[in-house]
Design a protein around this ligand. Structure first.
Ligand code: NAP
Length: 251
């Protein structure tokens, strides 16, 4: 049985974040389920507690410093010092560059980059104190470039550099930091992309699967399993890496 820790997963009301929160709870950790709307976290919390786990719903906008500080303090007060952090909250504001507004750009940077920065800054204080920590940032295969996603791909590439720098700075405190870069995962986010492109979600999935070497799209649990490993005791020598989880090779 591995050591029980306190984990924070942002954007955990649904999708990859919800699957990750449930997986980390199954791994024996108490899990703080963070999302914009505290009430929206109820289903994830219920899934964890009904299986005998410990979970806490916390409403927070990760791009707002005062909210982040209050949320992380609440987790520490109610669950204990957080030493696992999964920066998963994310949004898309896709558009071709000539149509992309400043708001589209700023909104994506605020959630992915500023959000991960603020959450990490708050949580690392507990990790360095405990001399143990695991940070996982959600990047994306879009970091390599994707039509209509200049903002999102820049943010996701930025999170890779952020993760490597955290690994360098925090390694001496027993803290690892890595990025997980999913390919196509079946969630509300990819459903929204299908809608924007004017194709049915089923057709979008079938077409995407045909382009992926393993011939299927990913599920949130595929990403949760990789994050689970990176947050484990035995992953202490894996740091500063970008792990693509995309059903085929990317680098
Ligand atoms: P999702 O289903 O859209 O879930 C994202 C969650 O983040 C939502 O519950 C959303 O809340 C929350 N969120 C958004 N802005 C927030 C903020 N400012 N503060 C706190 N929470 C916020 O997305 P997903 O597909 O699970 O994606 C999860 C992560 O994986 C994202 O970082 C995404 O970029 C990345 N990713 C996804 C894919 C994919 O194919 N799905 C591929 C590569 C990377 P609301 O519902 O209230 O907006």
């Amino acid at each position: 049985m591995s050591t029980s820790r306190v984990a924070i997963v942002t954007g955990a009301a649904r999708g990859i974040g919800a699957a990750t929160a449930q997986r980390l709870a199954r791994d024996g950790h108490a899990v703080a389920v963070l999302d914009l709307d505290e009430a929206a976290c109820a289903a994830t919390v219920e899934a964890i507690t009904s299986s005998g786990g410990r979970a806490l719903a916390v409403g927070v906008d990760v791009s707002k410093a005062d909210q982040v500080e209050a949320a992380v303090k609440r987790v520490a007060d109610e669950l204990g010092a957080p030493t696992i952090l999964v920066n998963n909250a994310g949004i898309i504001r896709d558009n071709l560059i000539f149509k992309m507004s400043e708001d589209d750009w700023d909104a994506v940077m605020a959630v992915h980059l500023r959000g991960a920065f603020l959450m990490t800054k708050a949580a690392q204080a507990y990790m360095t104190q405990e001399k143990w920590g695991r940070i996982v940032n959600l990047s994306s295969s879009s970091a390599q470039g994707n039509r209509g996603q200049a903002n999102y791909s820049a943010a996701k590439a930025g999170l890779q550099g952020f993760s490597k720098t955290l690994a360098i700075e925090l390694g001496r405190f027993g803290v690892t930091a890595n990025a997980v870069a999913p390919g196509f995962i079946q969630t509300e986010m990819t459903k929204a992309t299908a809608e924007r492109m004017g194709v049915s979600f089923d057709d979008f999935i079938a077409h995407s699967a045909s382009q992926i070497p393993v011939q299927r799209v990913g599920q949130p649990e595929d990403i949760a399993a990789t994050i689970s490993f990176l947050c484990s005791e035995e992953a202490g020598f894996v740091s500063g890496q970008v792990i693509y989880v995309a059903g085929g090779p990317l680098d």
